[in-house]
Design a protein around this ligand. Structure first.
Ligand code: SF4
Ligand code: SF4
Length: 180
């Protein structure tokens, strides 16, 4: 049983020069919400990817993707508003593995700051992969909710690292909405 805070995205598996997100701690509040939601059955309507907006119109949900030049999730020490590795992982070895990646500046030791890429992309840990299976294993997130949760995770992470007014956040929001 697990729900966690860390996750990273594999979205650029087809382009190894582009880094995917590393651990992406969810903020405590979100994690708590996720805990409370665990075990709930999803209604049929929850499988749809569209939501209703005002005046009877339909508005698509954003489509998650990792964006080039972000790397926010590779900052592994995100501060007190995010859960600790021990709160994230059930398996102590996962917690130890996670902590072993944290450099003196809080960023992953495999993160290439100049290019904002992962130097071990192909071999990065499972918790660095933003995939439905990983989200389900770590956070207990139903796979049908992966897209929405992954978008929220990235937004939380990008805000914490670069700020709410950052170019990185603008880029991410543009990417997920322009492809939805
Ligand atoms: S936080 Fe940034 S680098 Fe990490 S998965 Fe999201 S978009 Fe990609
Ligand atoms: S191993 Fe490090 S640099 Fe690579 S994706 Fe994971 S956190 Fe980021």
């Amino acid at each position: 049983m697990t729900y966690t805070v860390v996750v990273s995205p594999p979205c650029y598996a087809s382009n190894p020069t582009i880094h995917s997100e590393a651990n992406r701690p969810r903020q405590r509040q979100n994690l708590k919400t996720q805990k409370n939601n665990r075990g709930q059955k999803s209604g049929g309507a929850s499988t749809t990817t569209t939501t209703t907006s005002g005046f009877g119109g339909k508005k698509k949900d954003p489509l998650w993707q990792c964006v080039q030049g972000c790397g926010a999730c590779c900052k592994l020490q995100k501060g007190p508003s995010f859960p600790s590795p021990e709160e994230i992982f059930d398996d102590p070895s996962d917690s130890q593995s996670y902590k072993s990646l944290i450099g003196a500046d809080g960023w992953c030791i495999h993160y290439e700051k100049s290019t904002r890429t992962c130097s071990i992309y192909a071999d990065r840990p499972y918790f660095c992969r933003v995939e439905p299976d990983v989200f389900q294993t770590l956070y207990g997130i139903d796979k049908r909710k992966f897209n929405k949760e992954a978008c929220s995770c990235c937004i939380d992470t990008i805000k914490s690292v670069y700020g709410s007014q950052s170019e990185e956040l603008d880029n991410f929001n543009h990417a997920i909405w322009s492809t939805s």
